[in-house]
Design a protein around this ligand. Structure first.
Ligand code: GDP
Ligand code: MG
Length: 714
């Protein structure tokens, strides 16, 4: 603001409370514009207490406004000398344009108002007026006392010592209202008696004594509240006296006296080094004075400490909202969505947080400290709520990216690493947690030193929460991997079994015997021992070396065993059917019918011989048909497939069988299921095999007979 601008504003005074007792609007703007701060602003970098409020009191037309205008360069209305018209009633307010000074080095004797004196001109009444005026006078006295540090009491010299009339009434009013206001809390104010039209005949000290005596007398006669019965006048007021010569008769002295009075106002001693100050930061003064007036006007109890707390709350909240909306939110929303560079966002938010808090501190620390600190907490928690959401989203992005990296890297790692599956899992788990810790340290939004104290608490909370989530994700990831790995193992072992068992079956049934199923059962047990028990059974517990729990290992074991039986089942059933059974029987028959025990072709000499050989061979072959019909061992027991009860799975022991065979009568029975496993050919199939076998062997017999006949006849 330029000097001219400041001057322009100072030209005007404000009608603070008008004739209708209404308080002016937008006073805060006026107060702030006039204020001469260190940085030209009322808000920051100063305590906002560099100002004084001075009021004037006295009967009407005693030259109060004239005095203020000369003393402070204000422009309050002055009564026209010729028309003797009364000026506008109410309370007027102005920033002092200058302070009159005797200092010759100062241009025009106008010292600049660096200490920000604001002046209240209370347009009084002359004591003879209506009751309404009395009420107003009382209210304005109360208002002046609640807000001002210095009360100028304007009084003509010739009225001093007259313990009567308007002046005494006025003083009585001032003291009474002061009691109502300050009996709770003693905060003194200065009563500065300015004695007008001073002749010099009576020394000022005598006039002062006389006034003091009057004051004490009034004080004594006052009805005081109980708490204050013993209190003295000087507990509430400091008194000071100053004389000014007659404006018209001694104009030079008049001017000089005013300048001398101005000198008093530039001396901090007059303000008793701020001990009269109400300690309201200047930017809250408008609000404070409005609230005070509101209380007075509505005849409510005026409790100044409460008012001060209310004002502090209002102002601190206003500061909080401004900072949160205008500074924090506007900058936060532009970067809220996590970018590809969360570390720099965090740096930025950390600075933003610090900036907001320090902005708040510099503006709000001037208010009641309990209020200021409470609302500071509100601000931090509002900011932190937003930042917490942001932080948890970047932390969660971090966990997600670590897990997805692990997912894509693991297969390669598994191939290249020399570690066992179990060790590899452990190591990638540890590495992932370590990476999370190392990277998330950069996501702190408070100083590291603060991270462990209350300020940083939510961040620690966030971090812990996300770490727990990550650990859970790792657990899921690990169990999925283990599950996959267990299936690889299951399939590998099953495959080996399948190959070896199939070979064994083919070999066994190339030359079956009544002990065939004993051999098969032994082979089966051998394969279990070789492929499953020997490599994986350890201290009577299975362990497939992929970090499974006891139960999980047991499940894998059972699944492998079940697969073995499935393979057993499918290999045997594939291999032995009516076609192959016929072929096998025919081979047996042919071996016996056509070759001797040394494998040489048999030559039949007689038809009898042929017939008996044929019958013998056919019987021999047919005697082996039961071996191909059931998996029945030589001791008469069947090979059975156990029922596997595997957690979370339904047993599918009978899923391979068709319903159209003659075992479907009682499907629900387990023993039936077991029998269906051991059953190879049903009765229809057996009949078919027999029939075909008969046909084929008959044909062979006929051939043999024909060739014998041919040989004999040739
Ligand atoms: P206020 O009502 O107390 O504010 O008085 P004003 O400042 O309006 O002045 C009222 C009248 O008193 C005006 O005509 C002034 O010229 C006159 N006046 C101002 N100062 C003095 C003074 O020191 N002595 C006397 N006798 N009259 C004064
Ligand atoms: Mg006036």
């Amino acid at each position: 603001m330029t000097d001219t601008q400041k001057g322009d504003i100072a030209m005007a005074s404000v009608h603070l409370v008008n004739e209708d007792k209404l308080f002016v609007k937008d006073l805060d703007k006026y107060v702030e514009k006039c204020y001469i701060g260190n940085n030209d602003s009322v808000h920051v970098n100063s305590d906002g207490l560099n100002y004084h409020i001075v009021s004037v009191f006295g009967s009407q037309s005693t030259g109060k406004s004239t005095l203020l205008n000369r003393l402070f360069g204000t422009h309050f209305d002055v009564m026209d000398e010729e028309k003797r018209q009364q000026t506008t009633k109410g309370i007027w307010f102005s920033h002092a344009n200058y302070i009159a000074s005797t200092d010759h080095s100062i241009e025009d004797g106008k010292r600049s108002n660096n200490s920000n004196i604001y002046v209240l001109d209370v347009e009084g009444v002359d004591g003879r007026e209506r009751a309404d005026d009395k009420d107003f006078e009382r209210k304005s006295a109360l208002f002046a006392l609640a807000t001002s540090e210095v009360l100028i009491v304007n009084i003509f010299e010739h009225q001093v010592g007259l313990y009567q009339g308007a002046n005494m009434e006025l003083l009585k009013t001032v003291m009474e209202v002061n009691l109502s206001l300050f009996h709770e809390q003693s905060k003194k104010c200065l009563l500065l008696f300015v004695i007008r039209d001073f002749t010099g005949l009576t020394p000022i000290s005598n006039l002062g004594q006389s006034l003091e005596a009057d004051m004490n007398r009034i004080w004594k006669d006052l009805n005081k509240p109980e708490k204050c019965t013993d209190s003295k006048l000087e507990d509430f007021f400091d008194l000071k006296f100053f004389a000014i010569s007659h404006k018209h008769y001694q104009p030079e002295n008049f001017e000089l006296n005013i300048k001398q009075l101005g000198d008093e106002f530039t001396n901090e001693r007059l303000f008793n080094h701020n001990s009269y100050h109400k300690q309201i930061p200047v930017d809250a003064w408008a609000l404070y004075s409005e609230k005070v007036w509101d209380q007075i006007e509505n005849n409510k109890d005026l409790d100044l400490p409460t008012q001060q707390i209310l004002v502090s709350k209002f102002k601190c909240n206003e500061i909080l909202n401004n900072i949160y909306d205008d500074v924090f939110l506007s900058e936060f929303s532009s970067l809220e969505t996590p970018t590809h560079n969360p570390v720099s966002s965090c740096e930025y938010f950390k600075k933003l947080r610090e900036k907001c808090i320090s902005n708040y501190d510099s503006q709000a620390s001037r208010y009641k400290s309990t209020v200021y600190l409470d609302i500071r907490k509100d601000l931090t928690s509002k900011i932190d709520t937003k930042l917490k959401v942001f932080q948890s989203s970047i932390l969660s992005n971090l966990s997600d990216s670590l897990i997805s990296k692990l997912n894509s890297d693991f297969p390669t790692l598994k191939k290249s690493s020399k570690l066992s599956f179990k060790e590899l899992l452990l190591s990638v788990n540890e590495d992932t947690i370590k990476s999370f810790k190392n990277q998330s340290i950069n996501y702190l939004l408070v100083d590291e030193s603060d991270a462990n104290n209350k300020d940083g608490l939510i961040y620690i909370e966030n971090y812990k929460l996300e770490l727990e989530k990550l650990e859970k994700m790792l657990q899921d990831f690990t169990s999925t991997l283990k599950f996959k790995e267990s299936h690889i193992i299951i399939n590998k072992i099953t495959k080996k079994f399948q190959i070896k068992f199939k070979d064994a079956i083919v070999e066994e049934f190339s030359n079956p015997s009544t002990e065939s199923w004993d051999h098969v059962a032994i082979k089966f047990d051998e394969l279990i021992e070789k492929l499953l028990t020997k490599p994986y059974l350890n201290n009577s517990h299975f362990d497939f070396n992929i970090d499974l729990s006891h139960n999980e290992n047991e499940t894998v074991h059972l699944k492998i065993l079940r697969n073995f039986y499935h393979k057993f089942d499918s290999i045997v059933h594939d291999y032995i059917n009516d076609d192959s059974a016929t072929r096998i029987l025919r081979n047996i028959f042919e071996d016996s019918f056509k070759f001797d025990s040394d494998g040489l072709p048999l030559v039949w000499k007689t038809f009898n011989q042929l017939d008996s050989q044929f019958n013998k061979s056919r019987d021999q072959a047919l005697s082996l048909l039961p071996v191909l019909c059931n998996m029945k061992k030589s001791d008469g027991t069947y090979i059975k497939k156990p029922i596997f009860e595997i957690e979370g799975e339904e047993d599918d022991a009978d899923s391979d069988y068709d319903d159209d065979d003659d075992f479907s009568d009682d499907e629900s029975s387990n023993s039936n299921k077991e029998l269906r496993f051991s059953k190879l050919l049903n009765s229809k199939q057996q009949a078919k095999v027999k029939l075909r076998f008969k046909k084929e062997t008959d044909a062979i017999y006929l051939d043999a007979k024909r060739s014998m006949v041919a040989n004999k006849t040739s």
